[in-house]
Design a protein. Structure first.
Length: 374
């Protein structure tokens, strides 16, 4: 109960702060961006300069009449401006891109820096306890403060659009591209330590005795669903050549309490309810970032979790793994590094210190059986 109250308190407090920031931002837009009236008058002025012939005098008079009408309808233009601001509110990516290349990249570089830091911390037991701090910071900064936009899901879509020839701002692809080498050397620490989408689901999760979708078979089904949705995403990008996910992103609804369509609200409530009973359901069944970064575990010498031969085939690591990268059959556990989010829980709980980070080789594969080696 204390956990629920704490989450609700943080959720409301940060949303109020975010709402205040939005009001300040909208006021800045009003001051920086010319109104429709000003744009209209400027356009008239430019056209008037070009009117040198007597034959165009009537047209000039018509513009003057329109100018008089515009001056009489100042209130009308003021009423239209909130609609513009509402549209800007619904797409915070415009806000982020307006910051300029240096500010945008600086923000991304800081996130990548802390991702690398998490990759170091997870390798030391004394530092693994700081994971909750990283997750909370991700929720507050990338979630509530930035409104969950941009994020690596947009970055990977922009990368694909660039590959098929679309004119894409290169900085929007940096986030995902940088996560590839980071994952290669440190594992999927982005998913387990930093990602604000995964963190929100994790804090919503309420462990119960009722085990929903915990079996190895159910994990395989969810992974198949994720692959199917990934193919659908690629087809959508090929056909429309635009990012449609931003319009229905349930996390933008969660962090902004605002949506422009009913579908986004439905997906938000679906994510909210499923997260209460299933650990990170979006990560398991939808997220393209986790899917693609998981493939890196198949590359030779990539960072993977393996065992040193001291494993006794107990179920401690299996019980510690909430993401279900470690599943259990009748006799021993199985680890799939493609699904591992490098949270480090299994390393901390293992009493024999039998598992650790290794480089992928024939001995330490991406998929291993956690049992005593012959």
């Amino acid at each position: 109960m204390r956990k629920i109250i704490f989450i609700l308190f943080v959720f409301l407090f940060v949303n109020i702060s975010n709402f205040a920031n939005e009001i300040i931002y909208q006021d800045t837009i009003k001051q920086a961006k010319p109104t429709k009236k000003e744009q209209f008058e400027k356009s008239n002025l430019e056209k008037n300069k070009k009117l040198n012939d007597d034959e165009e005098f009537d047209e000039f008079e018509e513009f003057e009449n329109l100018d008089e009408k515009s001056s009489q309808n100042d209130d009308e233009f003021e009423n239209l401006e909130p609609e513009e601001n509402k549209e800007l509110n619904s797409n915070k990516q415009c806000k982020n891109m307006d910051e300029g290349i240096s500010d945008y990249l600086l923000w991304i570089l800081w996130i990548l820096f802390f991702t690398v830091m998490a990759g170091v911390f997870v390798r030391f037991e004394i530092l693994r306890n700081t994971r909750a701090i990283f997750l909370i910071a991700g929720i507050l900064l990338m979630g509530f403060y930035r409104g969950a936009c941009p994020c690596p899901i947009s970055s990977i879509q922009n990368l694909f659009l660039w590959i098929i020839g679309e004119d894409i701002n290169w900085q929007t692809t940096v986030w995902f591209l940088a996560l590839i080498p980071i994952t290669y050397f440190f594992g999927k620490v982005w998913c387990g330590w930093i990602c604000h989408l995964g963190a929100l689901q994790e804090f919503l999760f309420l462990p119960t005795k009722v085990k929903i979708l915990h079996s190895e078979k159910s994990q395989k089904i969810m992974r198949i669903i994720r692959k199917i949705l990934f193919v659908i995403l690629i087809i959508q990008l090929l056909m429309t050549r635009t990012i449609l996910f931003d319009k229905i992103d349930p996390f933008k609804v969660a962090f902004n309490l605002f949506a422009t369509n009913t579908t986004a609200w439905i997906l938000f409530f679906l994510m909210l309810i499923s997260s209460l009973f299933i650990y990170r359901p979006f990560c398991k069944t939808v997220c393209p970032i986790g899917l693609v970064l998981g493939w890196i575990a198949k590359i030779p010498f990539a960072s993977v979790i393996g065992q040193n031969g001291d494993c006794r085939a107990c179920s401690i690591c299996n019980n510690a793994c909430k993401i279900r990268a470690i599943t259990r059959d009748d006799k021993f556990s199985k680890l799939d590094n493609q699904e591992c989010i490098a949270c480090g829980e299994c390393l901390t709980d293992c009493k024999k210190n039998a598992i650790s980070f290794y480089k992928k080789t024939k001995i330490h594969s991406d998929k291993i059986d956690l049992k005593k080696l012959n």
